[in-house]
Design a protein around this ligand. Sequence first.
Ligand SMILES: Cc1ncc(COP(=O)(O)O)c(C=O)c1O
Length: 447
Amino acid sequence: MNDRILKVEGDINLTEIRKEWIAGLQPETIEQLNVDASWFLHQALSTPCMEVLTECEGSYIITDSGRKILDFHGNNLHQVGYRNKHVIGAVTEMLNKLPFSPRRYTNTPAIDLAQKLCSKIQGLNRILFAPGGSEANSMALKLSRIVTGRHKVVSMWGSFHGGGLDTISVGGEAAFRKNTGPLMPGVEHVPQPVTYRQLWDNDPEQDVYIAYIRHVFENEGDVGAFIAETIRNTDVQIPVSGFWKKVRALCDEFNVTLILDEIPIALGRTGMFFAFEHYGIVPDIVTIGKGLGGGVFPMAAILTNEKYNVVAEHSIGHFTHEKSPVGSAAGLAVLKVIEEENLLNRAQELGKIMQARLLEMKERYQMIGDVRGIGLLWGIDLVIDRGTKERAVTEAEKVMYRCLERGLSFKVSQGNVINLSPALIISESELEHALNILDEAFHELIH
Ligand SMILES: Cc1ncc(COP(=O)(O)O)c(C=O)c1O
């Protein structure tokens, strides 16, 4: 598979720079990495790995050689920071009391978490937990089938909804879809709405994308669900302000379930609890995950409305850890921290600092083609030439490794988009420090 396809979701381990990076590590680390790579299946986005971690704390990961790295990647689960004392306290207490709740029984933490999440937004008052985001999206798709009686799904090219066979089918990335044989039938893809490198000119309100969705709904005739990331986390694609209202109206017109995947971005990353709140709509189903488990427990969920409470005779989840007391305790602690430490507001305020610094860098570096972001999610699109917008893939990778050397980690998606997602509890001075590291790397490696 070509490199560019492999690099869409994140930077990969197959490049020359990665080899050089490994060669520069201490012998003990290299030995550990080799043992790791001798057991795990190799995958371009994980094994062979790049370092060995021994600790994490707040905004940092710490390696076996004692290097402290500001983590602006964090698989997007570190909203409240790593090893958050409230999360660890709640989880420890629950581990010592009720570590597991077998099927057919419930428990107070699960009930409390359900109630708290269902009280966030009017109209999303039914919930199911799942052990991961991919499974949550699977449940959403199955639920929509049962409610609408239709199996067809419209989704977006370039999206990611998880690694399951059904979720790679609705996902739109060749790196996951290629060479896997027949995918789930009945899936049609539409283009992802972007504001940079648009597929067509003169579409400031992204109305052509809307017309395209209408075209598919009309011609397909019996679409059941539309699934998309409200704001795409990976290469930071933020639809224009009126976009989701128009999609909501189309879904209502064609009686299509609107499923919004907010697995990496809900719980405050964008400055709102749910990203769809920025757009003044409510989906039929939203899927959340990652940070819900506080960076400790695999925890995801679907939230939906009363109309979708129709699976009493089915089992669309049926997961071993469906109502985990430990995961729920973690989730409750996360919600408390978000509220008590005012993290939504914090993401908005720190986001303004990031925006100002990154836009100022864009003035100085011609190779920064685009800066886009919201709250504490920012993307820097590096280009060879601002006119052609050719992706600066080699440069982006060099910048990433230089920053890693100096103590800042982030992922690069699409080969050239630097994705910055710090913990929401990051201090202003840590944020400034990270941006200084990035600025220095730009100064040395791009123009
Ligand atoms: C938008 C989106 N959806 C779904 C998933 C899948 O979540 P999980 O890895 O918990 O299965 C991810 C994970 O990165 C994601 O970013």
